[in-house]
Design a protein around this ligand. Structure first.
Ligand code: 4NP
Length: 157
C-alpha cells in the first residue's frame, strides 16, 4: 500500500481538493486498494471543519465530493506513516521540513514538481481571492495528480 498525504496551510481549500481529486483518479484507474490518500494543514485554525464551501462547490462541478472530509493538523509522525508528504507551496514545504524527523526528508515533495510542463512552483492559496481562484487551483491539482500517479506507478506498483 502506497500512502499519500497532501498538506496546505488550513486544510480546508487546496489539500482537501487534492485529496478528493487524486482519490477519484486513483479509483478511476482501479487502484483504490493500492493507494491511500489523506490531507492535513500546517496550521491549527480549522481543525475539525469541513472544506471551504467554495472548494466543495468547485470540486462538485468536476464530479468530486469533498463533503465528508474534516481538517486536521500535520504532525511529525506523518513522516513515519506516509510515503509521500506533498506540500502545496514553499511555505508549507518549509513548515513541514521544520517538523520532519531526521532521515525522512526524502518523503517530502512539492506537488507542482509532478507537473513540470505546467511551469508552476506553487499551488496558490485561494482562500482570500474570488471564486475564480478555486477553478485555477483545480486545473493545477488535476495536472499534478496525473504526474504523481505516474511517479507512484514507476516507483512502487
Ligand atoms: P488552504 O487555504 O491552505 O488551501 O486550506 C487557507 C485556508 C485558511 C487560511 C489560509 C489558507 N486561514 O488563514 O485561515
Amino acid at each position: 500500500m502506497v500512502k499519500v498525504l497532501f498538506v496546505c496551510l488550513g486544510n480546508i481549500c487546496r489539500s482537501p481538493t487534492a485529496e478528493g481529486v487524486f482519490m477519484a483518479l486513483v479509483e478511476s484507474e482501479g487502484l483504490g486498494t493500492d493507494i491511500t490518500v489523506d490531507s492535513a494543514g500546517t496550521g491549527s485554525w480549522h481543525i475539525g471543519q469541513p472544506p471551504d464551501r467554495r472548494a466543495q462547490e468547485a470540486a462538485r462541478l468536476r464530479g468530486v465530493d469533498l463533503s465528508g472530509q474534516r481538517a486536521r493538523q500535520a504532525k511529525a509522525a506523518d513522516f513515519q506513516h506516509f510515503d509521500y508528504v506533498i506540500a502545496m507551496d514553499n511555505e508549507n514545504h518549509a513548515d513541514l521540513a521544520s517538523i520532519c524527523p531526521p532521515g525522512e526528508e526524502h518523503r517530502l515533495h512539492m506537488f507542482m514538481d509532478f507537473a513540470p510542463e505546467l511551469g508552476r512552483k506553487n499551488v496558490p492559496d485561494p482562500y482570500y481571492g474570488g471564486d475564480g481562484g478555486f477553478d485555477g487551483v483545480l486545473d493545477l491539482i488535476e495536472g499534478a495528480s496525473k504526474g504523481l500517479l505516474s511517479d507512484i506507478r514507476e516507483k512502487h506498483l
